[in-house]
Design a protein around this ligand. Structure first.
Ligand code: FES
Length: 178
């Protein structure tokens, strides 16, 4: 879940920058540490990083866009990874992905839901081709999906996120890939 910038988080960023001050070669690790605080790398930190490490803003942006582990916008609490690999594609991945987007009301180009409960990533293979089509939510993998099953699983997470719903226990059970 993304954190809003606050005095406390800003202090942590400043500590990181102090620790790596003048070390332009530490850019990757510094950005990773900042992302660990906020869940993404907030644009307001770019100038701070640039000044502390002696890097340019374009170097920072280059690193952030080259490595897909970095996020430039706040992320949802849960990450849904939908497989669009070959095995999943032939078992109906396109309709699975469409169902996810429709259920989460994600318009084209948007990957995080309005309530920041989910972020969607489309991936090349989740390593579970034998149970395709597949999606993963955080560390749980769901295989042999149908659109109805997708809706059911996502709904369970949504219900679990509502405190008033009184749902106990884990949000959903998954199917291990190993
Ligand atoms: S292609 Fe989807 S899990 Fe491998």
């Amino acid at each position: 879940m993304a954190l809003e910038p606050s005095a406390e988080t800003l202090e942590k960023v400043q500590e990181i920058l102090k620790e790596h001050e003048g070390n332009r070669g530490h850019l990757l690790i510094v950005l990773q540490k900042i992302q660990a605080i906020y869940g993404y790398v907030p644009p307001f930190t770019f100038e701070m990083v640039a000044q502390a490490l002696g890097a340019t803003r374009s170097e920072i942006y280059g690193v952030l866009t080259f490595y897909n582990r970095f996020h430039l916008a706040p992320r949802g609490k849960h990450t849904v990874r939908a497989c669009r690999g070959t095995a999943c594609h032939f078992k109906g991945a396109p309709s699975i992905i469409e169902t996810i987007k429709a259920h989460l009301k994600l318009p084209p180009g948007k990957e995080t839901t309005e309530d920041f409960l989910f972020s969607l990533e489309e991936v090349a293979c989740l390593g579970a081709c034998g149970i395709s089509p597949v999606m993963a939510i955080d560390e749980e993998t769901f295989g042999n999906l149908t659109p109805a099953r997708v809706t059911e699983v996502l709904s369970r997470y949504q219900v679990a996120a509502k405190p008033a719903a009184g749902v106990s226990g884990g949000a959903a059970e998954g199917q291990s890939t190993t």
